[in-house]
Design a protein around this ligand. Structure first.
Ligand SMILES: *[C@@H]1O[C@H](CO)[C@@H](O)[C@H](O)[C@H]1NC(C)=O
Ligand SMILES: *[C@@H]1O[C@H](CO)[C@@H](O)[C@H](O)[C@H]1NC(C)=O
Ligand SMILES: *[C@@H]1O[C@H](CO)[C@@H](O)[C@H](O)[C@H]1NC(C)=O
Ligand SMILES: *[C@@H]1O[C@H](CO)[C@@H](O)[C@H](O)[C@H]1NC(C)=O
Length: 296
């Protein structure tokens, strides 16, 4: 495997757009990429968010420009990839919101023209994040209350596949889909006191962790249907070993640990594991370079 070279990556991205689309774990990977690339730039003030926005989780999108390379590294928040919003007017009263599984996220217009797009989704596909908030799936402008989580996800992945097939020219845009990034709440869930701050070593054996995550199956099916148009960035298994690599008690903006708070065993410390995902992304990109260099 080619080892990561920030300068070479920036030269490859000259005049180009590298776009990450997905949930906050996707933002985690985007932040890792910014840090990795920044190591090759002496003048750090020449790296800027184009609208002067700070990195927070509340922004719909963030675009960092590396001035001397005229390239941007962008993040679009889209935890489901399909839009979430008000239900249609004729819906039952108890339906407070809907996920429009036959439409692509409204921000998808902004992804167009990217040279590299890295998608992800997964962590928000849970009863807690959808049905508990009285959110249901919507198809053809009608809410379907009997559509379950897995059906809703499978339908959304079909919608994503059709969007890629209709909107992406593979000679111009490299498309990646990063597989599920496992969480490691030990002794409970995120809500019931699961922890990972005491984990200082990775798992040594594969038998110790869950082997598959249900979102990977329907994802793989759609990626395969695109026959070579999309590269699967398959990081689930390698990340499953890393119960030691999460933010745990250190996720708050302070260098003091907060032992009395809920722990974060979903996101990852940086530098850390998402750097490895980006090393794999780099190795794939560099092994089949863009056919024509962009002028500066
Ligand atoms: C910078 O890159 C963009 C593409 O992202 C391109 O449209 C533009 O022409 C480039 N600017 C220069 C000065 O090369
Ligand atoms: C660094 O970049 C900023 C922004 O482009 C520029 O204003 C400044 O002059 C640069 N500093 C050096 C030492 O080149
Ligand atoms: C609602 O979804 C269920 C499960 O996918 C499906 O069997 C049913 O036909 C759908 N109903 C309508 C009206 O489309
Ligand atoms: C934390 O790790 C230490 C050393 O491995 C162990 O003795 C202790 O029981 C662990 N505590 C918890 C809460 O898991």
């Amino acid at each position: 495997m080619h080892s990561f070279n920030s300068e070479r990556m920036l030269n490859m991205l000259r005049g180009r757009r590298l776009v990450f689309v997905g949930d906050s774990i996707g933002r985690n990977q985007w932040e890792s990429m910014l840090c990795l690339l920044a190591t090759a730039v002496k003048n750090k003030t020449s790296i800027r968010e184009v609208n002067g926005e700070p990195i927070t989780k509340h922004k719909g999108f963030l675009i960092f420009k590396f001035e001397s390379y005229n390239c941007t590294v962008e993040y679009y928040r889209s935890p489901f990839l399909v839009p979430q919003g008000s239900p249609p007017r004729n819906s039952p009263k108890d339906v407070l919101c809907s996920l429009k599984v036959d439409k692509m996220d409204w921000t998808s217009k902004r992804w167009l023209g990217a040279d590299v797009i890295v998608f992800n989704t997964g962590h928000w596909w849970s009863d807690g994040k959808i049905f508990k908030g009285n959110c249901f799936f919507e198809v053809g402008n009608k809410v379907n209350k009997s559509m379950g989580l897995r059906e809703g996800f499978a339908k959304s992945m079909q919608t994503w596949r059709k969007w890629v097939a209709a909107n992406i020219d593979p000679s111009k845009t490299r498309v990646f889909f990063r597989t599920y990034a496992p969480a490691h709440f030990i002794g409970g869930t995120w809500k019931t006191g699961g922890t990972c701050d005491n984990e200082t070593e990775p798992y040594e054996e594969r038998t110790k962790f869950e082997r598959e995550f249900w979102t990977n199956g329907p994802l793989l099916k759609q990626v395969e249907a695109l026959s070579g148009k999309v590269h699967l960035l398959d990081i689930t298994k390698l990340s499953s070993f890393r119960k030691d690599a999460h933010s745990s008690i250190y996720y708050v903006e302070s260098n003091q640990p907060r032992p009395f708070r809920r722990q974060d065993c979903s996101h990852w410390c940086l530098p850390g594991l998402p750097d490895t995902w980006n090393h794999l992304l780099y190795a794939t990109l560099i092994s089949a370079p863009f056919s024509s260099p962009q002028p500066l």
